[in-house]
Design a protein around this ligand. Structure first.
Ligand SMILES: [Zn+2]
Length: 264
């Protein structure tokens, strides 16, 4: 049994042993950007790291797992720079960062990496990174988006209509309330997103039904930097979402543990 969850706590001989034991390395990917007047700008990095820690703690009884420091800066579209607080890196920098981190892990002997992303604008970008990595080395690499793992539970516990669980909306606010972050619900404002086309889903939780990728930021607008219904969020709801997300990830880790990729 490991005495720490964190990759950074270990010395190199210990990491060598963990790599030989086929430890799964979790790379939390977040972002720092405005999240309405009620949530801290570190929201996404917090969700990624909190989820990774809980998943690793639950999995550790069954398999060796390590949590990397969370990537805190990523890509945000221009629209989110209307409000202070947003840090944005070019898409190719984010791709190269993830690519070089994973390739370095493989060079250190690790063969299984799970990317846990919480930021919507990273969806396509991380797929490109995964393609580049697969062309450079042999690794069991899984790119996951945390909200996707929560779709079923959110459908059960949400009280907002479709459009209420986008950026800084009901889902993210519930998670931050549940994990005791510096949230000010007296400042929360509901600004639900109404899709302008039937080909596009109304929010993060239903977007997998979208038939096209329409640059949604171009036809949605917000006064406060909120895209959804944060006033509907409660800590109890957030706890239920987090618990279900951890169980879903535990199943995924078990599959990753068993998987044997063809090594070239
Ligand atoms: Zn967010």
């Amino acid at each position: 049994m490991q005495d720490s969850l964190y990759y950074s706590d270990y010395r190199w001989p210990e990491l060598k042993t963990l790599a030989e034991q086929d430890a799964i390395v979790i790379l939390p990917v977040g972002q720092t950007e405005e999240h309405g007047p009620h949530l801290p700008v570190g929201c996404d990095a917090m969700i990624s790291l909190d989820t990774a820690e809980r998943v690793a703690r639950a999995a550790q009884k069954e398999m060796p797992v390590l949590v990397m420091p969370a990537i805190w800066a990523g890509y945000s579209g221009r629209g989110l720079k209307k409000w202070p607080g947003t840090i944005t890196l070019p898409t190719d920098v984010v791709i190269a960062t993830v690519e070089h981190i994973v390739v370095s892990l493989v060079d250190s002997g690790f063969t299984k990496v799970l990317v846990m992303n919480s930021h919507g604008h990273h969806e396509g970008i991380l797929r490109v990174a995964a393609r580049n990595i697969a062309d450079r080395c042999s690794v069991t690499l899984v790119v996951s988006h945390i909200w996707r793992m929560a779709e079923a539970i959110v459908a059960r516990v949400r009280t907002s209509e479709e459009g209420g669980c986008n950026h800084a909306g009901e889902y993210e606010t519930a998670l931050l309330l549940a994990t005791g972050k510096r949230v000010d619900q007296t400042q929360a404002v509901d600004e639900p997103v109404r899709p302008a086309s039937r080909y596009v889903g109304g929010d993060l939780m239903t977007r997998h039904h979208a038939k096209v990728f329409w640059s949604t930021w171009g036809h949605t607008s917000s006064r406060t930097g909120t895209y959804g219904c944060p006033t509907r969020a409660t800590a109890a709801q957030g706890q239920a979402i987090m618990d279900a997300t951890v169980l879903e990830y535990l199943e995924l880790l078990r599959e990753m543990r068993q998987s044997k990729e063809n090594r070239r």
